[in-house]
Design a binder for this molecule. Structure first.
Ligand code: AMP
Length: 190
């Protein structure tokens, strides 16, 4: 099985690019953000716990997202692999993912990182807010916190995966089509 990680700051275009990636390579898309929003919409206990953290632009506890990921791995059949979108977001989650995969003698195939500069993050999130209506896209304090959380907790993963020789960066500032082509050229190598 292939395990691709779609990495990048909020607003980099991960969700936008994921659709073509999963179709072209027959992957199962797992977005932890989407799974959490579904829990909230369904009014589950987990959703209730996650909501205040998401609304504040903070991360939900590692064990929650790790459990979600492992459960989808276990249930999914008939695909060539997985596209992890928004996971891992901390070094602890990356270690947990390695451990999960190692149990079945598997490993992360590649990290596809879509990179945009900080000043573009805010612009892209504001634009998405007008289209998707996500509560955490609409509030300036929440956006600031998400950017800070990304730099503090998630960006260390760049060095983590570089150290393992798995990190591949794509320039996310171009058009959707430019970025799509760059990702396809990269993924064709695996
Ligand atoms: P996203 O849709 O990926 O932007 O995620 C929306 C929000 O869900 C994030 O701001 C976090 O609060 C939460 N979230 C999503 N994925 C994770 C994760 N891997 N670890 C912790 N929190 C997460």
């Amino acid at each position: 099985m292939k395990y691709f990680i779609l990495f990048g700051p909020p607003g980099a275009g991960k969700g936008t690019q994921a659709t073509a990636m999963v179709e072209n390579y027959n992957l199962r898309h797992i977005s932890t953000g989407e799974l959490l929003r579904k829990e909230i919409a369904d009014g589950t206990e987990l959703g209730l716990k996650a909501k205040s953290l998401i609304d504040a632009g903070a991360l939900v506890p590692d064990e929650i997202v790790e459990g979600m990921i492992e459960s989808v791995f276990r249930k999914t059949t008939g695909v060539n692999g997985f596209l992890l979108d928004g996971f891992p977001r901390t070094v602890a989650q990356a270690d947990a993912l390695d451990a999960m995969l190692a149990k079945n003698s598997e490993e992360v195939t590649a990290v596809v990182s879509i990179m945009i500069p900080d000043e573009m993050i805010r612009e892209r999130i504001k634009h998405r807010a007008s289209i998707e209506g996500r509560a955490d896209d609409a509030n300036d304090d929440t956006i600031s916190n998400r950017i800070r959380t990304y730099h503090d907790k998630t960006e260390p993963l760049v060095e983590y995966y570089k150290g393992k020789g798995k990190y591949h960066e794509i320039d996310g500032t171009g058009t959707i089509e430019d970025v799509r082509k760059a990702i396809a050229a990269l993924m064709d190598r695996f």
